[in-house]
Design a protein around this ligand. Structure first.
Ligand SMILES: *Cc1c(COP(=O)(O)O)cnc(C)c1O
Length: 360
């Protein structure tokens, strides 16, 4: 089976973990700090705070900006549930804005009509590894005095107008095993604001800077040195992983572009796409996915239900009709693009797709 995702871990990661285990310092320690510095450098952000998941990074980013009850945060309904849930955890209300047909990201044109006196922030998602339209979003945020919290959990290293994602506002990254780089579980908050970074570091450690002095309500959301040691090695390999994802995507697009039932992904001008997923719009999507499965090619539907249509959001009273998102969930299919694929694998995916649509 050609898998849809596969973490690439080698001897370097095993050695790095062994070193931490032998050191006896296995919780948050010097490796976390080293990983934070390396990630600052990579993203071009002045400050970083490592945490134990991408969800935690999103949640802490909101808390560090003082967002809570009575506040509204504008976000995309076409994402993993964690995006909107992180807003709910703070007591604030997620307000959904429909997406662009081509990039799958929040449509800046539609943001303005959802801004109210309660709006405090915009949380764009750089879905599948493609940056949201940060030029337009930053302009809207400035005009309306809103914070920007970027869900960069799928877009490590992607850039937009020469700036890396996560460096426009406050960024949140995930290192879950299926992401472009991994620490097992893990996350990172990125920011250029010293006070946000300091608050984030307090929130992740029970509200304390100095041990046993608690200045605010916090949690235990820390990353371990075991995870950070893996992260340091993975970050060193990220550029190569990304390059391979982009090469793989190029091969797929070359092979698929002539097929009339498929719309390959686009890269907007001024952006780089890091292809966390290679997602097509497919005619007869479910039949196509089943056909590929029979050919031992795994695919994924990210995501089959938009967040505002999830049962639990329905129960909260969401009744939005967001036509682009609702059409998109019926059409998207992600094909394998990860850096562990061989040329043979890619050729198989192209041939199988041609075969399906020739009959279809
Ligand atoms: C993975 C992901 C998250 C959550 O990250 P975890 O590390 O799994 O908590 C949030 N948003 C998006 C878009 C993601 O893909």
């Amino acid at each position: 089976m050609i898998q849809i995702a596969k973490p690439l871990l080698g001897k370097e990661e095993i050695d790095a973990v062994t070193e931490v285990l032998n050191s006896g310092m296995i919780a948050q320690g010097p490796k976390v700090e080293e990983f934070e510095l390396a990630f600052s450098e990579y993203t071009g952000c002045d400050y970083t705070a490592a945490v134990n998941s991408g969800t935690a990074a999103l949640y802490i980013a909101l808390l560090a900006h003082g967002i809570g009850k009575e506040d509204e945060v504008i976000t995309s309904p076409f994402s993993f549930i964690a995006t909107a849930n992180s807003i709910l955890y703070t007591g604030a209300k997620p307000v959904f804005v429909d997406i662009e047909l081509d990039t799958f990201n929040i449509d800046p044109e539609r943001i303005k009509e959802k801004i109210t006196s309660k709006t405090r922030a915009i949380m764009p998602v750089h879905l599948y590894g493609h940056p949201a339209d940060m030029k337009a979003i930053m302009e809207i945020a400035e005009d309306n005095k809103l914070f920007v919290i970027e869900d960069a959990c799928q877009s490590h290293g992607a850039d937009c107008l020469g700036k890396r994602v996560g460096s426009f506002g406050t960024g949140a990254f995930s290192f879950y095993p299926t992401k472009n780089m991994t620490t097992g579980e893990g996350g990172m908050l990125t920011t250029d604001k010293k006070e946000i970074a300091e608050k984030a570091k307090m929130i992740r450690a029970h509200g304390s800077k100095v041990r046993y002095l608690h200045e605010m309500l916090g949690f235990n959301l820390r990353m371990t040195d075991i995870a950070a040691a893996i992260g340091i090695v993975q970050l060193g390999k990220l550029e190569k992983f990304t390059k391979n994802r982009q090469i793989n995507a190029g091969i797929l697009s070359d092979g698929l572009k002539e097929i009339s039932g498929l719309v390959p992904p686009v890269t907007a001008e001024g952006c780089s796409h890091v292809f966390h997923q290679y997602t097509v719009r497919a005619k007869n999507r479910d039949k196509f996915a089943a056909f590929l499965k029979k050919k031992e090619i795994d695919t994924g539907i990210y995501y089959p239900i938009p967040i505002h249509r999830q049962p639990f959001y329905r129960d909260l009273g969401y009744k939005d009709f967001l036509p682009v998102s609702e059409k998109t969930v019926e059409e998207v299919l992600s094909l394998p693009v990860h850096p562990g694929l061989s040329r043979d694998d890619l050729q198989k995916i192209v041939e199988a797709s041609k075969e399906f649509y020739a009959k279809d």
